[in-house]
Structures are given as structure tokens and as C-alpha cells.
Design a binder for this molecule. Sequence first.
Ligand SMILES: C[S@@+](CC[C@H](N)C(=O)[O-])C[C@H]1O[C@@H](n2cnc3c(N)ncnc32)[C@H](O)[C@@H]1O
Length: 192
Amino acid sequence: MSLKLDAEYWNNRYLENSHRWDIGYPSPAITNYFDKIEDKNSSILIPGCGSAYEGEYLIKNGFTNVTLLDVSEESKHLFLNRVPHFENFIVDDFFQLETKFDYIIEQTFFCALDPKLRIDYVTKMNQLLGENGKLVGLMFHADLYSDHPPFGGFKEEYLELFKPYFNQVKMIKTNDSIKERLGRELFIEVHQ
Ligand SMILES: C[S@@+](CC[C@H](N)C(=O)[O-])C[C@H]1O[C@@H](n2cnc3c(N)ncnc32)[C@H](O)[C@@H]1O
């Protein structure tokens, strides 16, 4: 793959308005999950959060410890235009992060990374999750692109990738997808 998927690449996608992954509202599969979480002080990371509608939803629904992270400064601008006073949007590379979290939310971040980084993604997630921490969210179960994001993949290969690092790996076809992605997504819940 010759594309360099760095901050400049992602900033340009936002600046050129070519961010078709951006659904414009919080993903129902993710909000339904967090509606059932009682501890509003749980620490929650959304890596590669983009416009972060799920982050906005969590903050507005009383979660007090939300960290948003994206390598693109432009995505931060988009978020702060909607939620101006939020102070915990970090512009940095996911792989540089060191803090531990109770929950990490996956939504079109895994598929945005060069597939060569998939093992690095799983090992980093393992490192960033606290003792009872969980990685939750959505992953494509579909053959997408091989020369640019979104990169596709299927449940079987994800299980092989995650199982050496986590004891509990649930990946279930979901009906909670937005209609454009229906039948092509898995809801995941991964933990030790
Ligand atoms: C396909 S977009 C998804 C954005 C958001 N999750 C959504 O669903 O709208 C992928 C996002 O990951 C960010 N990203 C890509 N590589 C990253 C990295 N190494 N560290 C942090 N963010 C990264 C991009 O800037 C982009 O905002």
C-alpha cells in the first residue's frame, strides 16, 4: 500500500469534505450499549474519533470522564464547533497513548488503519485497557478496499487476531447498524 495515512492525509479528507464515513449522528449500537452503563465516571476513550458524535452523546448524557483522540486537528475543530467547551480532545497518534481506560470505543478506526498495523492495534488496545476494561463498538464484516481506507475484513480473521491477546472476544452480527451498513457490521465486546 503506497498511501501514507498520516495526519496530513486525514486533515485533507476533512478539509476537502471527503469524509463519507461521518454519519452525522451517534451510532445507535454504541449509544444503546452506553445507555446501560450505570457508572458515569467510567473512563472512556474514543480513538480516531473524527467528529465524535458518540463523544458528544456521552458527555451530554452525564459521562464525566470521556477522552477523545484523533490525529487530525481538523476533526477537533469539527467537534469543538458543536461542543465548544470540551477540554479533553487530544490531537495525537493513537499508538503514542499511555493512559488506561475502562472502555474504549471502536467505530471505523480499525478499518482506517493500514492493515499492516492490525497486530499493533490489538496489542495497543490490550495495553490501554484497565483491569476490567472493555473494547466495544463496531467493526466491518465486509470485503472493502485494499489500497485505501476503509480496509475490510471478516469475523473469522478478527477472532484469530484478537484471541491471543484477550480471554473474552465477542463479535456478533448486529441489527443495530445504521441502514447503510446493515448486515455488514459486527458488534464487538472484547476484554480479559
Ligand atoms: C474513518 S475515520 C472515522 C472517524 C470516526 N470514528 C467516525 O466514525 O466518524 C478514521 C479517523 O481516524 C483518525 N486516525 C487515523 N489514524 C490515526 C492514528 N494513528 N491515531 C489517531 N487517529 C487516527 C483519522 O484522522 C480519522 O478521523
